[in-house]
Design a protein around this ligand. Structure first.
Ligand code: SF4
Length: 398
């Protein structure tokens, strides 16, 4: 389909409140580079009209609670195959010292990232949990989230992996929002030879159930797509549509991350081709046009080159995700966070001022819709302006 025709068709349908179809999404995902100027223009128009005129980010510290994991995703550079005895989990003192450093650096978010249920696979994890006085990683995570908020005021956001209803319900008490990447809705990627062959937790049915349960529990939730791990265009389009379907039912998805696969040395997929900047832009455009007012689109700035960042704004993103002034991205440690000034310039090139947000999106702060857990209400209200972003005087220097 010619880009101009697609542009006219998509704009007309957006104006009438209609959604992109599977075939329109597929056409965007396969568009030629020559179509990009028309598509990016359209995507930015949609972003500005339906999702507002700012680009945001969250100032965070990254707390890698444990790097053992029951899964073994073939692209993952975060999980460890073994840990030294007694060092499976960060201890409360270590967790608090990272969080305190975050407060000193002007952060508002404590991002807990961890391997999924390592106690199911590693006896050392079970032993260490017992010594700490907990029966599961999620119980221990609960306690660390509670401690961090109580002692530092940082707002916890955890990526706990696949969890059941009761675990999710408990985590809601001590997290202002939670996250779980869908990555892809295709179970084909879990088959022998696929990237999730040895990752029971990457079964998309399980992940969709967690995301839906979060909706039922009214948890502001982050999910997303991992782009370029062997999915087809059809599987990518289906995955984007699956997230929209869930959002229509529950309204809790605060952002969709479009995360490009990056090859890590020493992993089974170290020689696998990475998605190109063009593929990333087309996927952002597809998400932006599909989700329209329904869900903001995020992409992590440290997974693209600094000179490519303005192009991601051009494609219609709303957010740069969590950016840390002090801790590494432990999932992509070879890729440091860009400076905030670099993000500001890239955003302003296309006329979008940069704003600091909390780990719970502004919409869920300003709308009294039951997503903001009571325990955080006072802190969140103290930190935010009438639009739900971090108050200007507190963002200074951020
Ligand atoms: S990507 Fe996540 S789930 Fe997969 S092995 Fe790494 S830490 Fe575990």
């Amino acid at each position: 389909m010619k880009a101009e025709l697609l542009e006219a068709e998509v704009w007309e349908e957006a104006s009438k409140g209609m959604r992109l179809s599977f075939s329109q999404l597929s056409a965007i995902l396969q568009a030629e580079a020559s179509s990009l100027p028309a598509l990016t223009r359209l995507s930015r128009m949609v972003k500005r009209r339906f999702r507002g005129g700012f680009i945001s980010y969250s100032r965070k510290v990254f707390i890698p609670l444990t790097r053992l994991c029951r899964n073994a995703c073939k692209y993952c550079g975060f999980h460890l195959e073994e840990a030294r005895p007694g060092e499976v989990y960060l201890k409360p003192r270590q967790v608090l010292s990272i969080a305190e450093a975050g407060v000193r650096a002007g952060c508002f978010e404590a991002l807990f990232t961890l391997g999924e249920k390592p106690e199911e696979k590693y006896s050392e994890a079970r032993r260490e949990l017992r010594r700490l006085g907990y029966s599961s990683t999620i119980e221990y995570l609960y306690e660390c989230c509670r401690l961090v908020f109580k002692h530092t005021g940082l707002l916890p956001h955890s990526n706990p992996g696949v969890v059941d209803w009761e675990e999710l319900k408990a985590l809601r008490e001590v997290n202002v929002s939670l996250g779980l990447m869908l990555e892809n809705a295709s179970s084909r990627l879990c088959e022998p030879g696929g990237p999730h062959e040895f990752s029971p937790g990457k079964n998309p049915k399980l992940r969709i159930e967690v995301i839906e349960n979060a909706g039922r529990l009214r948890i502001a939730f982050t999910t997303g797509i991992l782009l370029g791990i062997g999915e087809t265009v059809g599987e990518l389009a289906e995955s984007l549509l699956t997230i929209l379907e869930i959002q229509r039912r529950y309204g809790h998805i605060q952002e969709v991350i479009i995360q490009p696969f990056r090859a890590k040395a020493g992993t089974p997929m170290e020689g696998y081709p990475e998605p190109s900047p063009l593929q990333l832009k087309k996927t952002i455009i597809a998400a932006s046009l599909l989700y329209r007012e329904a869900i903001p689109v995020q992409t992590p700035p440290n997974l693209s080159k600094p000179e490519e960042l303005a192009g991601l704004v051009e494609a219609g993103i709303d957010d740069w995700g969590g950016v840390s002034p002090i801790t590494l991205d432990y999932v992509n440690p070879e890729r440091p966070w860009p400076q905030v000034e670099v993000l500001r310039r890239a955003s302003e090139v296309w006329g979008f001022p940069l704003k600091v947000r909390l780990p719970i999106y502004p919409k869920y702060v300003v709308e009294d819709s039951g997503f903001l857990p009571e325990a955080f209400r006072e802190a969140v209200e103290r930190l935010t302006d009438r639009l739900g972003y971090v108050r200007e005087e507190l963002s200074l220097g951020a």
